[in-house]
Ligand binder design. Structure first.
Ligand code: GAR
Length: 198
């Protein structure tokens, strides 16, 4: 059986991308086919290259907010890589419904909150400000609505009284690195049931 092809979109350090890539070995039914960034400075690009993975960059800035034009360029390397599945891993651009619909049912995202709580940005600070006892991360299928779509997995962490947004982000990120590879593997194998960690 040939491997399913996974493209990963990043904007930053790419630690989730690394955890996904490093999981796709041995008997895993998928392999990475492309790491694509909207920022040439994204630290994750070098990590992908070090792992022998093809990379591409489409800078969003020259498009000055013309999302359709940016996405038309983004599609070129993405379609050339012929992915079966697209993983958003810290990709910080909002995608249009047109773009998302091309990958409907085969695009995943990781978000640093227990969705449906705290869609959007500054999730850790918002959870602390709200006085929440727990926080976490979610992997979900991407639909046209931001940070929406069927939930495939969640990991919970307890918020300690001394937590700051940074300390909480670091705790959640460790769980992201467990959750995303686990959900991806199940997804490739056709398992859409919700995975709860720990
Ligand atoms: C992760 O915490 C991810 O959940 C978050 O950005 C970080 C990327 O870190 N994503 C979002 O906020 C998406 N809206 P990484 O580049 O080290 O994987």
């Amino acid at each position: 059986m040939s491997h399913r092809r996974v493209a990963i979109l990043i904007s930053g350090g790419g630690s989730n991308m690394v955890s996904l890539v490093d999981s796709m070995t041995r008997d895993h039914p998928a392999r990475p086919c492309l790491v694509l960034s909207n920022d040439a400075q994204a630290g994750g690009l070098a990590k992908a290259r070090d792992r022998g993975i093809e990379t591409a960059v489409v800078d969003h800035r020259p498009f000055k907010g013309d999302r359709a034009a940016f996405e038309a360029e983004l599609l070129k390397p993405l379609e050339a890589a012929q992915p079966d599945i697209v993983c958003l891993a810290g990709f910080m651009r909002v995608l249009t419904g047109d773009f998302v619909s091309r990958f409907q049912g085969r695009m995943l995202n990781i978000h640093p909150s227990l969705l449906p709580k705290y869609k959007g940005l500054h999730t850790h600070a918002r959870a602390i400000e709200a006085g929440d006892a727990e926080h976490g991360c979610t992997v979900h299928e991407v639909t046209a609505a931001l940070d929406d779509g069927p939930i495939l997995g969640q990991a919970r962490v307890t918020i300690a009284p001394e937590d700051t947004p940074d300390s909480l982000a670091a705790k959640v990120l460790l769980y992201e690195h467990q959750l995303y590879p686990s959900v991806l593997r199940r997804y490739v194998e056709g398992n859409r049931s919700v995975l709860m960690l720990p």
